[in-house]
Design a binder for this molecule. Structure first.
Ligand SMILES: [Zn+2]
Ligand SMILES: [Zn+2]
Length: 82
């Protein structure tokens, strides 16, 4: 489990040199809309610390914006999995 987030240690250092193009980080907003994801795919199981409004968090992820997966920030993600 968790292998999706596996990352190449060297990418951090090589990113600027563009020697590791396969691992790109995207700046994205958390897709948590308070009671669930912004699209109606996922319902949150617990209340999050940002309340019932949209989560304001931004973060970097290897999931490209065009991908269909829901991406939550770390705090929302942790709220759901704990
Ligand atoms: Zn969030
Ligand atoms: Zn949230």
């Amino acid at each position: 489990m968790g292998s999706e987030t596996r990352q190449c240690q060297n990418c951090r250092y090589y990113q600027r040199l563009k020697q590791c193009n396969s691992f790109k980080l995207w700046k994205r907003n958390c897709q948590c809309a308070g009671k669930g994801s912004e699209n109606p795919v996922y319902q949150n199981t617990v209340a999050h610390q940002h309340g019932t409004g949209r989560c304001p968090n931004k973060f970097e992820t290897s999931y490209a914006p065009e991908r269909k997966e829901i991406v939550y920030c770390e705090s929302c993600y942790n709220a759901e999995v704990v």
